[in-house]
Ligand binder design. Structure first.
Ligand SMILES: Nc1nc2c(ncn2[C@@H]2O[C@H](COP(=O)(O)OP(=O)(O)OP(=O)(O)O)[C@@H](O)[C@H]2O)c(=O)[nH]1
Ligand SMILES: [Mg+2]
Length: 339
């Protein structure tokens, strides 16, 4: 049975990654949903990919809006690579997680999460994602689903099987799938590891693999997840990548923002979408994406912005009522009635 997490666990804590950590730790433990009975809101938060949702008691007054499906980050760091590359083994080597590991493709079909602890006591959640095969961006091998998991991480670790017959070609096909799905994924900070270096095939190929990957602008690290070699360097790089990711806005690449004509840059509009409504507008979408809906103060701030911009009133005019789903960027909110 799903336990209800204490209110304080759902509050953001100081430190760059800790608020997300609070939520993803719950997901990692597979346990709970945040229940934050704040006036004006009720909370129903997806706790893990495919996990059941839970609904907190309704507040006595006001409108209720809440995220219907959590579309924000599942983890700070995502491990990406071809099937069987060694992603789950790497997760197990870096964290206390105990994912299934197998000498065959698609051992992992939903993300495994672990908590990576840094020397300075910071922590980050790391997700071992299912393997990507050629054609993933067209949905092959559950590719669409797997690529959506990749979207929901902030920095990436590319895991290259150093003992594969052609490690570089196999990695390049993963890169192609990421880019075909969304070119912005390739703009994310990414550290490349070439793993299985305890095997003689991997050791023999390493100089050529390193040279080929360096030629593409990467600085690959040789690791053996089984022996633990190279992991200290990987941790250092990840700490730096996370710091870099914190300073980069969560929006698409700067290039897209500069060149794209966006009539809604400064304003917003409400349009019909399926049986629900969609609010479009750069500012409101960006704010929605950055709002931690598990945090009561953040939710209230977001609500005040909806009211201040007049979006709240427009939604009512457009017929928003009990159960209407309102999409804002990748976030879904459910409209509740007024008490
Ligand atoms: N010798 C050696 N074998 C490794 C290493 N890392 C992974 N393996 C082996 O490679 C195989 C695949 O490992 P996994 O960690 O399950 O690979 P994965 O990338 O998670 O695979 P999928 O979940 O199927 O995408 C297993 O047989 C592991 O034991 C390593 O550092 N050294
Ligand atoms: Mg795996």
């Amino acid at each position: 049975m799903a336990a209800t997490v204490k209110r304080s666990r759902c509050r953001s804590r100081p430190g760059p990654w800790s608020a997300r950590r609070a939520r993803t730790e719950q997901m990692a433990s597979g346990s709970a949903s945040c229940s934050l009975p704040v006036p004006g809101w009720w909370s129903r938060t997806a706790v893990a990919a495919g996990a059941a949702t839970s609904i907190s008691p309704r507040p006595p007054i006001g409108l209720r809006r809440m995220p219907r499906r959590e579309s924000r980050a599942i983890a700070d760091i995502g491990l990406v690579g071809a099937p069987n590359a060694g992603k789950s083994t790497l997760l197990a080597a870096l964290t206390a997680a105990t994912p299934a590991i197998g000498a065959y493709a698609f051992t992992t079909i939903s993300p495994n999460l672990g908590v990576l602890e840094f020397d300075d006591e910071r922590r980050a959640v790391i997700a071992d994602l299912p393997g990507l095969i050629e054609g993933a961006h067209e949905g092959r091998g559950l590719g669409h689903e797997f690529l959506r998991h990749v979207e929901r991480t902030r920095v990436l670790v590319g895991v290259v099987d150093g003992a594969a017959p052609d490690p570089v070609a196999s990695w390049q096909s993963v890169v192609a799938e990421l880019g075909d799905h969304d070119p912005a994924l390739l703009q994310r900070p990414m550290t490349l590891v070439v793993t299985k270096q305890d095997l003689s095939e991997a050791k023999a190929q390493w100089p050529a693999v390193r040279a080929a990957l360096k030629a593409t602008g990467s600085q690959p690290i040789a690791v053996s997840a089984q022996r633990g070699t190279g992991l200290a360097e990987l941790r250092r790089r990840l700490a730096a990548s996370l710091a870099e990711a914190e300073s980069v806005p969560a929006a698409p690449s700067a290039e897209m923002r500069v060149h794209r004509f966006d009539p809604l840059e400064a304003g917003w509009e409400v349009i019909a979408e399926g049986e629900g409504l969609r609010v479009r507008g750069r500012r409101i979408e960006t704010t929605a994406a950055r709002t931690d809906f598990t945090n009561a103060e953040s939710r209230e701030r977001f609500q005040r912005l909806l009211e201040r911009l007049g979006i709240d009133a427009e939604l009512r005019l457009r017929g928003a009522q009990e159960g209407t789903v309102v999409h804002i960027g990748g976030v879904e909110l459910e409209w509740g009635d007024e008490a």
